[in-house]
Design a protein around this ligand. Structure first.
Ligand SMILES: [Fe+2]
Length: 155
């Protein structure tokens, strides 16, 4: 999210904080009848601005909140894909350093690999950003490479 904020000339801190918080309540509200909507009042009490709270709420498909800002679009587009790219990095001795979009595309077509990642949301995310999927994947790889060590991947 920070990479995309820089890429679009937007607010890196705002985008980074929204992404960091988007699943913050998942452990206390692990089900969709509570996550993330019951987390929003907690963020409000903590004094987070509405732009963060709205961004957090918008990542949830079941709330059907319009993704009408670059922040909301990008959060949705990076949520599943960053997890998937992370999984791709975990199964390679060299991590992300040599990972190419085409190998991620191939893995997306294997339903058993990182089966919890919703492929339809990965595809919908690239469309929402109006980017070809391979380009979006390349951006996410590029964004995650410099922080691979922090992400528990070979650095
Ligand atoms: Fe979530």
């Amino acid at each position: 999210m920070r990479w995309y904020a820089r890429h679009y000339g937007d607010d890196e801190e705002l985008w980074g904080v929204t992404a960091l918080l988007h699943d913050f309540d998942y452990e206390i509200h692990p089900t969709l009848d509570k996550h993330p909507q019951n987390g929003a009042p907690i963020l409000r009490d903590e004094g987070y601005p509405e732009v963060v709270i709205e961004g957090v709420l918008s990542h949830a498909e079941h709330l059907a909140i319009p993704r009408d800002t670059p922040l909301k679009k990008t959060l949705f587009a990076c949520d599943e894909l960053s997890g998937f790219v992370h999984a791709c990095g975990l199964v390679r001795p060299e991590g992300l350093s040599t990972l190419e979009p085409k190998s991620v595309l191939k893995k997306l077509k294997q339903p058993s690999f990182a089966a919890g990642v919703h492929r339809d949301e990965v595809y919908a995310g690239a469309e929402l950003l109006d980017l070809p999927l391979d380009q979006h994947i390349g951006n996410v790889i590029e964004a995650m490479r410099p922080i691979a060590g922090e992400l528990g991947l070979p650095a």
